[in-house]
Design a protein around this ligand. Sequence first.
Ligand code: F6P
Length: 546
Amino acid sequence: MLKKTLPNTPLTENHTWKSLRTHHQEIAETTIENHFENEPNRLDYTSFEWDSFYVDVSKNRIDKKGFNLLFELAKESGLTEAIKSQFSGAEINATEDRAVLHTALRTLKEDPVIVDGKDILPEVDAAQKKMFAFCDNVISGNWKGYTGKPITHVVNIGIGGSDLGPAMVVEALAHYQNHLQIRFISNVEGDHHVEVLKGLNPETTLFVVVSKTFTTQETLSNANSVRKWFLTHAPEQGVGKHFIAVSTNLEKTKAFGIDPENIFPMNEWVGGRFSLWSTVGLSICLALGPDQFKELLNGAGKMDHHFKETPFKKNIPVVLALLSIWYNNLYGAESEAIIPYTQYLKNLPAYLQQGIMESNGKYVGRDGKPVNYQTGTIIWGASGTNAQHAFFQLIHQGTKLIPADFIGFKKSLNGNTDHQNKLLANFIAQTEALMTGKNEAQVKAELAHSNLTESQQKALTPFKIFEGNKPTNTILIEQLNPESLGALIALYEHKIFVQGVLWNIYSYDQWGVELGKQLANKVLDDIEGKRENPHDPSTLKLLSKI
Ligand code: F6P
């Protein structure tokens, strides 16, 4: 019997659902531009100023009544109580019998957070202090390698949440980085670690093995191979100066040969894909230093506060989550694009893919029965303006509805007004173009000025029409820095949670990745000739080709 720590009503069984569906049918044909005409003060309730953020959700196919019904639905779904349960340490990850408390790692207040009858904040503080002291030591050069040289390079070995978050943040905040060069090994493919190790000096390289469970095939294989590589250059006693680990599994970490002093603990109540705030973020802390890492935590903590304390109507993660449900469950939109207008955030979509799709890609509801509606959205994207020259054609003129988040920064990090103005012009123009499109009359007027004959103009006209009415959210932030990035990531984390609550699914487990892992072990036995397992004809043929 699972603990009942969250409400348990399937989305479509809420009373408000019916009203929402009816209202959707009423306005389904109303365009975004119509909504602007009908609601002269539309921006008053669809734009939000928060900290250094300006969020505009006005360019969506929904009106005030629709928004109000969504807020009503959220209330009826028990979202208020669910938020309280999460922050207070209730075991809302019921299928794994765990609390979900990545928010405790960045709490702004000193109020205790109780898990199993114990305040966890002193433990959080101790783990952070150990990490900060270690990072200070390495950055200052006090920590020496086995030949007495300071560390110049750090290699993070991990996968999934033990890789994507640290890799994304290190790249995103490259502008704030110190002299340490950070690299990442994740894929079990041997060629990956060989490429990453190229040019590294074992005397000055620190390896951070990150695995919450310390059982992950990819990470352990990579850590073993890297240690072999290290030992071809260095003596066994050198390992202690060059290998550290982050894990909840202290036994397995020790068994791997990591000096207990060099083990940085993390907690069960931090999910892998929400763990960059914990010691899993050690590579981030090495790259930026503890002060900037604290800024990252601070930004997330501020967003937590906003999420916890703000009424739904002005609560940015809640509003974005509800809009996503509106498109996913009423318009049948299957995917959402995330377009950050900065190269620094080019890995944000990949990071959010794990966060969003591993969390909400579930077909069984909290009542243990299959849901009869769509859940988890498919997330994809790339940085603007590169994305404009790659897949924007399909968003503008394709047959699919793809709501998109546009994320931009008012100020660049290195000046250069000319480039920044062009970047922001594209950032703003795209959402306008997606909404307004270009109608037949406009196309005809444009073509009338060309050198084409009348019949050529006529033939070309349909291809140049943009239907418009494509929904977007704009998240405009003052500048990219550790604090604003922390807040941005936390915003999406809370959006995930809200959607999971309304979809009535468990967002914090990930049973769906287990089957593949189990079968990979079996298939490995086949490949290594240890056993011949029964397989389907396709799999057997594939095995014969290897
Ligand atoms: O892909 C499944 C998963 O369990 C993720 O949730 C997790 O982030 C990743 O594997 C890595 O797990 P670990 O940190 O335990 O090595």
